[in-house]
Design a protein around this ligand. Structure first.
Ligand code: CA
Length: 233
């Protein structure tokens, strides 16, 4: 992959400068937009690799920017929000954002999120060029076609729902999936009951998957928001 191009959408000048300096120092290429309208324009004209998007923009809601970009592109979008309420993050994730960062954030955190996202991009690129029916992540292997998963070559005995859940997380490795997104994909609906059942299924899935369910290596919990499959080194 060539040097990734990052689009920074932020109306707050000091924050924008901080991000610009950080990206420059770490040898990323970048573009900046102070408004939603410019963001959508630059996203379509320059096709950046990753977008950092502030949710509170002067001309439109960041969620609207996500919807517009998603109408033609799957480029990773990392939401940056001063709003710490889970509701905003969930709305942004359900609109198609990949990840989120809460202001004030540290430069290290910003760079870490960026690395995770770029790694995910390269996984997506390799996947499309190779056999896509087998998923490998560390010692975890999923054979989608055969409908089975294994750890270190040893089959994991999963119920159909656990398997479906594992596949959904695996197919979205690196991306935060909200409770609503997951339950809609697994049960075709999202009631409070389903979200409660999801928690129960996650507990049993983790027991089978993780060596230390209390310090999970594969599936990360985002309290009040959802879950994410991590790429294991
Ligand atoms: Ca703002």
């Amino acid at each position: 992959m060539n040097k990734p191009v990052i689009l920074v959408v932020e109306d707050d000048v000091p924050v924008r400068n901080l991000m610009r300096t950080t990206l420059k120092t770490h040898d990323y290429k970048y573009l900046t937009a102070p408004t939603g309208k410019e963001a959508v324009m630059l996203a379509s004209s320059h096709n950046p690799d990753v977008v950092f998007l502030d949710l509170g923009l002067p001309d439109m809601d960041g969620v609207e920017v996500i919807r517009q970009i998603r109408s033609w592109s799957n480029m990773p979008i990392i939401v940056i929000s001063a709003r710490s309420e889970d509701e905003d993050k969930i709305t942004a994730l359900d609109a198609g954002a990949d990840d989120y960062l809460v202001k004030p954030f540290s430069v290290d955190e910003l760079l870490a999120r960026l690395r995770v996202t770029i790694r995910r991009l390269s996984i997506m690129n390799t996947r499309s060029s190779t056999d896509s029916s087998v998923y490998t992540n560390g010692i975890l292997k999923i054979d989608y076609a055969a409908g089975c998963a294994s750890l270190n070559g040893e089959e994991i005995k999963l119920t159909p729902i656990e398997f479906k859940l594992l596949c959904l997380l695996a197919q979205n490795t690196g991306k935060v999936l909200t409770h609503t997104f997951i339950t809609q994909h697994i049960w075709g609906r999202s009631w409070d009951n389903d979200i409660a059942s999801l928690r129960v299924f996650m507990v049993t899935l983790r027991k089978k998957l993780e060596s230390y369910p209390d310090a999970p290596e594969f599936i990360q919990t985002h309290v009040g928001i959802g879950y994410r499959m991590l790429k294991v080194e």
